[in-house]
Design a binder for this molecule. Structure first.
Ligand code: PRP
Length: 207
């Protein structure tokens, strides 16, 4: 049995479609219920929060998974990154009010779900920051004076636009990756390579 951790939500739907095209269909994944595990043709799929995929794979509860590069950069899990899936594309950015100018008179207040990425980014520029860790609706922080700027994912840019914010700086482009547990890659190599090749054929066709 090969265990596959898949993200719920926006990225999840693209991921299930990709796996189906790659020869790993699991129609039950799309069923509208609260089940979290599904089995099909000797593969067990888990549905997890996108930010948790890497930990399931790192700890071997899942042999492979689909995770955003943002999560891999933030948590630095000890896994193999097998393929860039060229989907779930977005950008990790510094964003803030359109007319924001950093006057460097005090620590920059940065709200984010990605504290490690934010620290690295501003650390590399020797810019002192005060980190404000949040779990969602990050764009609200500069609007209500909780932070000066945010470090967050920008996909379509709609959330920024609708809140009168703008990208101030791009940190890194992001896309979804196929990842594998290191021990599983040794012990379930045939199965994992089978999945990887199926997926690669699909992603190469679309890259
Ligand atoms: C993410 C991200 C931005 C938004 C960007 O939030 O944190 O808020 O998507 O997408 P856009 O550029 O297409 O508008 P998510 O939807 O995951 O919700 P959250 O606020 O709960 O983090």
């Amino acid at each position: 049995m090969m265990n596959v951790a898949l993200p719920k939500g926006r990225l999840g739907e693209k991921a299930y479609a990709l796996l189906a095209r790659a020869g790993y269909p699991c129609p039950d994944l799309l069923s509208d219920n609260r089940r979290l595990t599904f089995e099909h043709d000797g593969v067990r799929y888990f549905l997890v929060k996108p930010s948790d995929v890497a930990i399931y794979v790192e700890r071997g509860a899942a042999d492979v998974g689909i995770a955003g590069k943002d999560i891999l950069l933030e948590y630095q899990p000890d896994i193999y990154e097998l393929l860039d899936l060229h989907m779930g594309r977005c950008r990790m950015c510094v964003a803030g009010p359109k007319d924001f100018v950093d006057d460097h008179t005090r620590a920059l207040r940065v709200a984010t779900k990605f504290p490690h990425i934010a620290r690295n980014h501003f650390g590399a520029r020797s810019r002192e920051i005060e980190l404000i860790p949040l779990n969602g609706s990050i764009e609200l922080a500069p609007l209500v004076g909780l932070s000066d700027v945010i470090v967050d994912i920008v996909e379509t840019g709609t959330t920024l636009r609708e809140n009168g914010l703008a990208v101030l700086e791009e940190i890194v482009p992001i896309s979804a990756r196929l990842i594998a547990n290191k021990a599983s890659f040794k012990f379930k190599e045939t199965q994992i390579r089978g999945l990887m090749e199926g997926v690669r054929r699909q992603t190469d066709a679309r890259a």
